[in-house]
Design a protein around this ligand. Sequence first.
Ligand SMILES: Cc1cc2nc3c(=O)[nH]c(=O)nc-3n(C[C@H](O)[C@H](O)[C@H](O)COP(=O)(O)OP(=O)(O)OC[C@H]3O[C@@H](n4cnc5c(N)ncnc54)[C@H](O)[C@@H]3O)c2cc1C
Length: 390
Amino acid sequence: MGTVRTAAVIGGGIGGTVTAMALARAGIEATVHEAHPGGADSAGAMLSLAPNGLAALRIVGAEEAVRAAGQPVPGVVMADGAGHRLAEFHGFPGLPATHAMARADLHRALTEQALAQGVKIERGRRLVRAEEDHDGVIAVFSDGSTAQADVLIGADGIRSTVRTLIDPAAPGPEYAGVLGFGGLVAADVAPAEPGTMYFAFGRSFIGWWRLPDGQICWFASLPRTEPLTWAEVQRIPAEQWLARLRERYADHVPGERLLAHTAPDTLMATGPMERMPSVPRWHRGRLVLVGDAVHAPSSSSGQGASLAIESAVELARCLRDLPDHTAAFGAYERLRRSRVELIGGNAAATNRAKAGQAGGPPAMPTPEQMFGPVHRHLIDWHATVPGEGQ
Ligand SMILES: Cc1cc2nc3c(=O)[nH]c(=O)nc-3n(C[C@H](O)[C@H](O)[C@H](O)COP(=O)(O)OP(=O)(O)OC[C@H]3O[C@@H](n4cnc5c(N)ncnc54)[C@H](O)[C@@H]3O)c2cc1C
């Protein structure tokens, strides 16, 4: 049984809310401190929650609420960019369906679950500093307020403040060479059976699926050498982005048609695609990282939210079972680093191809990559985490 009794979780996004719920199950009282002053966070476009992420949510009692907020998409159809089907799968035995959902809906469902489970969420609290002593750590916020706990967990996203408190020389996010876009069109613009995700490769990649209301939602990217910030992308009118996308997807089936039927007011510009390169230090003293702060794999992986949820649960297990925070943080890193770096590395290769830096377009994934060990990963919550050398 661990000696850690309280935790300050910095960031109330996907990883932070799940961390707090998992810690409660491990007998540790956690308070979430979120910089954003408002309630539900409406930022972000669509994301997918893979079977491994849903399985980890089951452990914290949030799987059903999250499923209800999303749409099951068990099937996959892969095609070339000329309209030929190359492969199709309609669910895999023993593997629950990936769920597609708006990030805002996932965030809302997790926040409601956390509050219902008694987690305290303090809003408008932006961490700026942390002071450690022998007995604990004090989190200092931009409004001058403070909070004390045994450990401080940085679930503060890809631009993490906690990461630089742990290691001022820590790397920052890496631009993947493409800008992300999505859009909505009417049901008859491209073939789309409900519950099926479509991927069309060829010179440029585009993906799409049918929403419950019948519309088709597509996602694509534009290579760009010089990165733009999200705000800079928003300042460029949607008409201009659509014109560039139409040029890029000219002669692509069905990219050309999907873009031709997209109205500017439905275009979602999601900004620069970014990932975290390998972070040398995951923890220092009483401070540790979870989620995008330490292993953002980029949206090409379809695993950002799922990996953050897995790490949240594993960190709680380690703090439950190991005698102190030092042993727990070491075990947590040993459990997680190779898995998240493998997935992030695969996504980086896809991103290089999307950006035109790989000498060819993105390769079609194999069934093993789509439905193999990454998606089948299960955490055994009841198993005791061994200490180093055990
Ligand atoms: C605005 C936004 C939009 C996104 N859109 C998409 C998308 O469309 N598709 C997709 O696949 N993924 C998207 N993501 C990424 C996806 O949500 C993450 O990969 C995944 O959910 C991991 O979550 P996380 O909790 O580690 O980080 P995040 O979800 O980024 O949450 C981090 C939280 O920490 C808070 N925070 C940051 N700094 C501080 C501080 N100093 N003090 C206190 N709180 C702080 C932030 O306000 C945020 O709520 C988005 C993330 C964000 C923040």
